[in-house]
Design a protein around this ligand. Sequence first.
Ligand SMILES: Nc1ncnc2c1ncn2[C@@H]1O[C@H](COP(=O)(O)OP(=O)(O)OP(=O)(O)O)[C@@H](O)[C@H]1O
Ligand SMILES: [Mg+2]
Length: 290
Amino acid sequence: MEDQAAQLRAMARESSFDFGRNAKKTRIITVTSGKGGVGKTNVSVNMAIAYAQMGKKVILIDADLGMANINVILNMQPKFNLYHVITHQKTMAEIVYKTDYGIRIVAGANGFSRIANLSDEDRDFFISELKLLSTADIIIIDTSAGISESVLDFVAAADEVVLVSTPEPTAITDAYGMIKIVSTELEEYDVNIKMVVNRVNSAAEAKRIADRMSTIVAQFLNYKIEYLGYIYDDPVVSHAVIRQKPFLVSSPQSKPSLCIKHLVNRIEKIEVENDDSVGNFIQKLIRRQK
Ligand SMILES: Nc1ncnc2c1ncn2[C@@H]1O[C@H](COP(=O)(O)OP(=O)(O)OP(=O)(O)O)[C@@H](O)[C@H]1O
Ligand SMILES: [Mg+2]
């Protein structure tokens, strides 16, 4: 018996995803936008893979259940999702799916609005299961199109928010709209917005857009955003989507791949201040339901 237990412990130690370990610093990044279709899912998936290639344990959460974004890009169909954990049918460990790219994915359930309606017992179960996320180094949450309450939950609760826009005037206007909501409705959450300009033709174009946005939000909203970086407009992105293989893997030397690696390196230079990001994340989500 003892041998078997020792063997199991050794297996757990060796497994790349050991749920038994103590909490450590985890970085939680929510990827969002004002307008839909600007590249959130591609940024999320490829950033997650870039982190995994740096040796980090990454969990990618698809908060966009309806459209099943990540599933499509990675060509996967997870059978169970956060809804099954919320409703006590599955444990967190059972809904974390391995992918071929060294990252793990979790399919979301529309927001967390159900937490408020759960019995004490189910809520405690869900919260204790969510804490298992803290075994990851990086959690990336891909949000759905549009500024809904459920998107704002993830924006409010993350350590960092990557706000994606393209150079299109409509995308820029909607990105401003998102920042406006964050600066007014989510003031108490201290949200950290970092802008990424996707689909540009030059670094100068991206910088110009980001600088103008920084100036305008400082002037009209008294709010500070940072410019994180840009991604070139490049056919490898849509080819990768069609082939259901992330461009970081199918075209690692392409311009968009180098840009993604650059973004990740930039984020990595920023210290994670939270000792218990996942605990804070859960608390903020609960606070948002009140
Ligand atoms: N850098 C890029 N270069 C070329 N095409 C791109 C680029 N980024 C995104 N696209 C195109 O835009 C499409 C939408 O991207 P993606 O699904 O990542 O956007 P999204 O913001 O997640 O959309 P939604 O709001 O619907 O979730 C891609 O399928 C691709 O064709
Ligand atoms: Mg998407």
